[in-house]
Design a protein around this ligand. Structure first.
Ligand SMILES: [Zn+2]
Length: 283
């Protein structure tokens, strides 16, 4: 079965792309990890959906995750100078096929629009499903237009289909629900580098607890996955009170992964692996 055949959803609301000005903070979540993360889908509706050039007025993209991958041109209005423009929206991304969108996502540019007239940067969000073909994962970024239960229902449906298509055991696909573009982007990069995002989240909490005890980090500081180090370790960027410091961990990933393997294998029904989960999970 192909992705095209996944387009079988019905009766769902059709989340509107939403835009907001980045005049105060332009996170660039992946390319510039020293910035603050995107806030969750706080739409200041200054964008109009649809209006593909040449399309009938009122036509609009289908941002539903069940739709086939591919870009839609979405008409946006600059919140500053009110000039119209277009952004390419990718409501569904296949990692093997949609190379351009994947790069935009990993670079933190997928949900960005810069007004060509006045240069104002705008965040434009819409529900997006990322299918990591290589690592057998489905990530659903939700703007909150649908309830978490509805998102999870769709996620399960698509993951079940993907497992069927790949002839692999039910439950093999990693299923993730993320609520910020920042987290979305980070998880895609973690997957791309071949890591288990659950172990990465546990590492972050373990490192933070240690640094808090030593008093060298603030409670509100967060860690963001940066990259694999030349020595095979993992590095994180701290963000918050003292942003921008890099923390390299030479061997922690493999150690933690092995140590927690049985416990992680027992986790079921979880879709949101973040610091809150890791804090509950880690003894
Ligand atoms: Zn403008």
């Amino acid at each position: 079965m192909t992705d095209e055949q996944h387009n079988t959803h019905d009766g769902r609301s059709d989340p509107q792309p939403s835009a907001r000005s980045d005049a105060q903070s332009d996170p660039q979540p992946c390319a510039q990890p020293s910035a603050w993360p995107d806030s969750q889908a706080s739409a200041q509706p200054s964008a109009q959906s649809g209006a593909q050039p040449g399309a009938q007025p009122g036509a609009r993209p289908d941002p539903q995750p069940g739709a086939q991958s591919g870009a839609h041109s979405v008409l946006v209005e600059c919140p500053s100078c009110k000039q119209p423009g277009f952004i390419e929206a990718w409501p569904r991304i296949n990692s093997a096929r949609d190379i351009e969108a994947k790069k935009l996502l990993m670079d933190g540019r997928l949900f960005k629009y810069t007004c060509p007239v006045c240069g104002t940067a705008v965040s434009m969000t819409y529900d997006c499903l990322y299918h990591d073909v290589e690592h057998k994962a489905l990530l659903y970024y939700s703007t909150g237009a649908l309830s978490e239960d509805e998102c999870i229902k769709q996620l399960d449906h698509l993951a079940d289909q993907a497992e069927w298509d790949d002839c692999i055991a039910p439950g093999s696909y990693q299923r993730r629900l993320v609520l910020t573009t920042f987290e979305f982007c980070e998880k895609v990069r973690i997957l791309e580098d071949g890591y288990d995002d659950r172990v990465i989240e546990l590492m972050k909490v373990a490192i933070k607890r240690g640094m808090l005890e030593e008093g060298i980090i603030g409670k509100r500081d967060i860690f963001v996955y940066e990259r694999t180090l030349p020595n095979g370790g993992v590095s994180f960027i701290t963000m918050g009170e003292v942003p921008g410091d890099a923390v390299g961990v030479p061997q922690g990933y493999t150690y933690l992964k092995d140590r927690m393997a049985d416990s992680l294998a027992a986790v079921t029904g979880e879709y949101r692996y973040n610091s809150a989960w890791a804090n509950r999970f880690l003894p």
